[in-house]
Write a protein that binds this ligand. Structure first.
Ligand code: ATR
Length: 287
């Protein structure tokens, strides 16, 4: 204590990111800003880990006294059998985005993606989840995390629409224990949008370098529809701009990134995360 928290010392401990690739991650900027602000002798480093080296990288967490890591594409499911235990959220989602190295060396997997999304959505829009008819566009890993946490957070009606209908059906089946969930056949998408009160894009449609694209014709947007997009490059997708132009409440993807990071930070440090500061750091790294 009293030493400059920015100096790397013999007591400095690591956290980080295992992904492949990791070059565009905003997490190092976000977490290192938070560690510096709170005077914590921790550093966050992004490691590009090829799939063939994942098991070695996970074993190294214990040997090198890591406090934990975030896990991203393509390792979120592959890491599950390499850990000692999963918490309830990671089990329900079936994927891990955060590993905690416990004091006794046990590696525990959790998933903060879905809870980070829900915390951001509720804080930024005040939405009452129990009252929503949710329509999720996409059925990949992000959709699964968001859908499970929405259901656990009180959303009881969840429709899933996806380019590949079989994957929508699979996700709906996965959600059955948590909510009334069903797959929307592609030819019924317009009706599903009309019936929805909360629309969530979890696909990469509208992400740079395809920022001119949108998953829905703007004519389908209607009064009372809350429009949420997980994409944060750009911060405001074409979908969100068209929804705003129609006077609708919108919710962008940066909040999910910040809050999944804040929840991981809290697990690693036992301290409340400086969320506003982490958001500013992410925004600066994005610029
Ligand atoms: P993530 O972890 O981000 O969810 P993913 O698991 O690869 O990534 O899932 C990507 C999702 O975006 C899928 O639902 C995918 O649809 P398919 O299942 O049909 O592949 C959807 N997606 C990606 N590009 C798309 C596009 N151009 N049009 C429609 N859907 C798209």
């Amino acid at each position: 204590k009293g030493r400059n928290a920015m100096t790397i010392t013999a007591e400095t401990r690591l956290v980080g990111l295992f992904g492949y690739p990791v070059g565009h991650s905003l997490s190092p900027a976000m977490h290192n800003a938070a560690f510096a602000a709170l005077g914590l002798n921790l550093r966050y480093v992004a490691f590009p880990v090829p799939p063939a080296h994942l098991a070695d990288a996970v074993r190294a967490l214990r040997a090198l006294s890591f406090r934990g890591v975030n896990v991203t594409i393509p390792h979120k499911v592959a890491i599950v059998p390499l850990l000692d235990a999963l918490d309830e959220e990671a089990r329900a989602i079936g994927a891990v985005n955060t590993v905690i190295v416990e004091a006794d060396g046990r590696l525990v997997g959790t998933n903060t993606d879905g809870r980070g999304y829900v915390r951001s959505l509720v804080e930024e829009t005040g939405v009452d989840l129990a009252a929503q008819r949710v329509l999720i566009l996409g059925a990949g890993g992000a959709a699964r995390a968001v859908a499970v946490s929405l259901a656990k957070g009180g959303a009881s009606r969840i429709a899933i629409a996806n380019r590949t209908p079989e994957k929508a059906a699979e996700l709906a089946a996965h959600l059955a224990p948590f909510a009334d969930a069903w797959a929307v056949p592609p030819e019924r998408l317009a009706d599903a949008v009309r019936e929805a009160t909360l629309l969530i894009n979890t696909t990469s449609v509208g992400m740079v370098p395809h920022a001119d694209e949108t998953p829905l014709p703007p004519e389908w947007l209607h009064d009372g529809l809350l429009v949420s997009d997980l994409v944060y490059r750009p911060l405001k997708t074409r979908l969100l701009r068209e929804a705003e132009a129609r006077g609708l409440v919108t919710h962008g993807g940066l909040g999910m990134l910040v809050h999944q990071g804040a929840l991981a930070f809290e697990r690693w440090t036992g301290r409340p995360a400086p969320v506003a500061l982490m958001r500013d750091a992410a925004l600066r790294a994005l610029a």
